[in-house]
Write a protein that binds this ligand. Structure first.
Ligand SMILES: [Zn+2]
Length: 104
């Protein structure tokens, strides 16, 4: 379980190479200032990653998010949670998100 700011649709999430990542699907009914919160389970897509060496990140997924606050039984993505990019296994990082709602 991780406690942090809830990540909403439109938050800035990047791979280790600072390429933007977006969820393939936004499915929660939880709203954060008008934007949907993001469930932990959908896959993410990383756009235009170009690392100095090695393969680029293509997809990503979250492993650790909120567990007490859920939407339809699903954990939510939080800033500071644990995410991994594929095939690089680099971290998924929430650069900026809303700062009014903290969940855990
Ligand atoms: Zn990358």
């Amino acid at each position: 379980m991780k406690r942090g700011f809830a990540v909403e649709q439109g938050a800035t999430v990047v791979c280790a190479h600072l390429s933007g990542a977006k969820p393939d699907q936004v499915s929660t009914r939880v709203r954060l200032g008008g934007h949907a919160a993001i469930a932990l389970d959908p896959m993410w897509s990383v756009d235009h990653c170009s690392p100095p060496s090695g393969p680029p990140c293509k997809n990503a997924f979250w492993i650790v998010g909120s567990t007490r606050v859920t939407s339809m039984g699903k954990a939510l993505v939080v800033q500071g949670g644990t995410g991994l990019c594929l095939p690089t296994l680099g971290p998924l990082v929430v650069q900026s998100t809303q700062t009014r709602v903290t969940i855990g």
